[in-house]
Design a protein around this ligand. Sequence first.
Ligand SMILES: Cc1ncc(COP(=O)(O)O)c(C=O)c1O
Length: 397
Amino acid sequence: MKKTDKPLGAHTRLLQSGRTNFGTSSDLVNPPIERASTILFERAEDLYSGKTRRHYGRIGTASQEALRAAIADLEGAADVVLTPSGLAACTMALLAVCTTSGRSKNPAHVLIADCVYGPTRAFCNDILGKQNGLEIEYFDPRIGAQIADKVRPETCAIFLESPGSLTFEISDLPVIAKVAQAHNIPTLIDNTWGAGWFLKPLALGIDYSIEAATKYHTGHSDVIMGAIAARDAKSAARINNYNRLTGMTVSPDDAYLVLRGMRTMGVRLDRQQQSALKIAKWLSARDEVVQVLHPALPEHPDHAIWKRDFDGAAGLFGVIFKPTSPQKINAFLDNLALFGLGFSWGGYESLAIPCDPQITRTAKPWDAPGPLVRFNIGLEDVDDLIGDIEQALAVLA
Ligand SMILES: Cc1ncc(COP(=O)(O)O)c(C=O)c1O
């Protein structure tokens, strides 16, 4: 491909990134899917020369390398590691920093935002905490500069998820990153909602931006994958080494699909943003609703931070309904014709789930006045979606 020196817009960059040949002689637009364990060398002396990254299938071939480069470009990262799932990206990054930070004096201490994805929380409690003796402390995601009061000499990581993917609090990333840097503590964020498109955590001082690429990158609800983007050479070396030694890898076929999804992620997210905001505003005015949890609404408690740090809002938001029974909420969800009932989000299709069974809080109790339902807004016509919610709401009247 020809190169240009002119600065490019975000959509153009998303289409151009990762489109080098990575050791192949392909003239295709997209990278070839190279299935390989064994990669052959011409000469024996090259086998151990360490000259080429491309020396064994587990390290990755063309499609994995192209995807890593594309995500690195999107996130402004020094390097990217791919993992078999979004959860694996969260857990591997935590393991890498907690076991290699040099701070793991007994017992090491890990600070986790109270709003993190449930399985990430379960991993921290069980594997890090119960089985390996690390002390896990949860904190209010709105803690801001007071994170300084929680930091200890043995703190080995601060893990955030912003916004929380069920409860939608936004954390003050630059303030938390500054405190962490002053104490030399690695910071990590589950950036699945911002997707690297609406939020660039590394530019705000966070060390690792982690995503379930399963969601917006893939965009079609048919691949499970995660990515860890590292801010600088030092953080990249730590995660690369861990990845190399633990042997985590993803298939070339899956990497191909995620990269193909990424090429349209910008247009999908821009449209999902528009539709979600329209639906969120419409729901805010409904009698059945107490509060819509969408950071782009001016009445959201963290709207000012969202406006300062994010370039937009994804298609996932929550709605707190007036107190009603779980049976009525289920009847509302059953009445939806265009929204699927299913876990996950970020695909082209709209989804809805009741959230209360998933919410576990210990630092800051979740005391919503009514049941919480989460909507993933897809690419359907927005007025069709509003009409569908309107007819389904009849059971809550
Ligand atoms: C915020 C968040 N992080 C991580 C994950 C885990 O992703 P995966 O399903 O690819 O393991 C999910 C999945 O729903 C999620 O919602």
